[in-house]
Structure formats: C-alpha cells, structure tokens
Ligand binder design. Structure first.
Ligand code: AKG
Length: 275
C-alpha cells in the first residue's frame, strides 16, 4: 500500500457525495513550477487558431503528461476508489484566462463517454490555485446517484462544452466549489453533475483532468476508435480495450481528430441511451 491511500472516511464520503477535496498536496512548490513550465512547452505545439482545449489525450505522445497522469500519489488515491486493477485513458486541460467569459456548463462526464459500466474517476490536478474568484469547478453533491440526466446543446451559453444538463433536474444552490491550492488534486465520479463559472479574477486558472477506469470497463470502439488504455495498477483480465504505447518524446502533440459521444453526434448519443 502506498502512503497516500485514502482513509475509510474519505472513501465513504466519496461514495456518498461523489467527490473529494482537501487532500494533502501531490506536487511540491518546485514541482508545480515544473508543471507550469512543461505546459508552456505544450502550448507552443498548438497550431495557429487552436486553443488549450486541443491538448487532449496528449499523454499518448508527450512523456511529460504521461508521467503526470501516472503520478504514484494520484494513483494511490484512485486505487482507494477503484480497487486494485485500473487503467488511465484520458487527459485534457481546462484553462481559464483572467477576466474571460467562458464557463463549463453543468454536465455529467458519463453522458459524454461511450464506456460501460459507468464508474470512472477523474483527478483534477491544480497547476495554479483554483478558487471561487477564478472560476473553480463546482459539483452538486450526491448527484452521481440520480442516474444520467437529460442533456441539451449549449447554444445560449458561454460554455466550452457543447452539451449541458437541461435545467430543473437538480438544485444549483447546493453546489460546492472545489477550492484547491496549486499542486493539490480533487477527485470526482463520472456521474456527478459539475461545471464552472467564468474567471472574474486577474489570475489564470489551470486544471488538468485525468480519467481512470477499472479494467472491466469497455469502450464502444465504434464510437471512439482511438480509445487507448494505460495500465496503472494490477492486471487486466478482461482485455476489452486496446492499450497505448508509452510516449518516447517529452513534448509532442497528438495529430488526430478527437472522438467522444459529443463529436460522434446524435447516433452515438442514441446508442448511449440504449445501453
Ligand atoms: O475544470 C472545469 O471547470 C471543468 C472540468 C470538467 O468538466 C471535467 O473534469 O469533466
């Protein structure tokens, strides 16, 4: 057992509420500096017209990101929630520049992902302090227990996502902000309703989300043929999904179209509902 395993109380809290914060930092102040310097290298690889949202699944090509996703302390936390056999399969940045309007609309990650069973954990790694002023992520505690809610296209909002929960299905006034210091990590369940407001401060807000699932989780490759897994702990007795290769280069971009239910469109959404 690694030294950063969660306590039984923390595991219980996560089961009941669907999220966890207030954990001891995973990265030291010096490591946080390295994280932010590395991010600058990744940003240099964006093509003209692209923004940081494009840095998605680049752990497949950048050893810098792969190593963050495979950080032993983060894996210890995740192991406490998922058990001994799990893989990592996704990563992307949510960056909000100072005094900008973009938000993340209320949504459930599980709605977007063609995975079954639905029980993935996201680690939200704070590269900089994240608080109510600069648009910290918010969750609706316990909402992971109500099943998958109806989503609609986010046409009338500043959300960076294209789908968001239809109104009236949960109580926004129960939302909790996941306030983190740089180097800390929060954890959330794939069915918890979450989102984030605009950054009204003079500070940037930077989070890297990393997605982990148990080995029994299977991706529908007809929706996302690029899905690749990286074993974190234990063994994979199911062999449901293709595995990725550990990247050789420290900083290299991924050249491909992304595909999830969101990009695959209506037929993929319908298929998800039929599962
Ligand atoms: O960083 C945020 O504000 C939102 C993150 C998010 O939506 C996610 O982890 O799926």
């Amino acid at each position: 057992m690694g030294k950063k395993h969660l306590t039984p109380e923390q595991v219980k809290f996560y089961g009941e509420k669907g999220y966890l914060m207030g954990l001891p930092p995973v990265f030291t102040a010096d490591e946080v500096k390295e994280l932010n310097l590395g991010l600058e290298e990744l940003l240099k690889l964006l093509h003209k017209g692209e923004d940081s949202k494009e840095i998605r699944e680049w752990h497949e090509t950048s050893r810098f990101l792969y190593d963050i996703c495979m950080n032993e302390a983060v894996l210890d936390y995740v192991e406490s929630l998922l058990g001994p056999n799990f893989f990592m399969w996704g990563s992307n940045f949510f960056i909000k520049e100072p005094r900008t309007n973009s938000t993340v609309g209320w949504h459930q990650d599980a709605y977007y992902w063609p995975l079954s069973p639905q029980d993935s954990v996201t680690a939200w790694i704070a590269f900089l302090d994240s608080d109510e002023e600069n648009g910290a992520m918010k969750v609706i505690p316990g909402s992971h227990k109500v099943g998958i809610l109806k989503h609609q296209r986010s046409t009338a909002t500043d959300s960076v996502l294209t789908l968001e929960c239809e109104g009236g299905q949960f109580r926004e006034d129960t939302a909790v902000s996941l306030v983190l210091k740089a180097g800390q990590v929060s954890l959330h369940n794939d069915k918890i309703v979450h989102g984030s407001p605009a950054n009204r401060s003079d500070r940037r807000r930077i989070g890297l989300t990393v997605r982990y699932s148990r080995t029994e989780v299977k991706c529908d490759l007809s929706v996302n043929p690029y899905f690749k897994t990286y074993m974190c702990r234990g063994t994979d007795m199911y062999h449901h999904n293709p595995s990725g290769e550990i990247p050789a280069m420290q900083f290299r971009r991924l050249e491909r179209q992304h595909v999830s239910v969101e990009e695959a469109g209506y037929s993929a959404e319908k298929k998800l509902w039929q599962r």
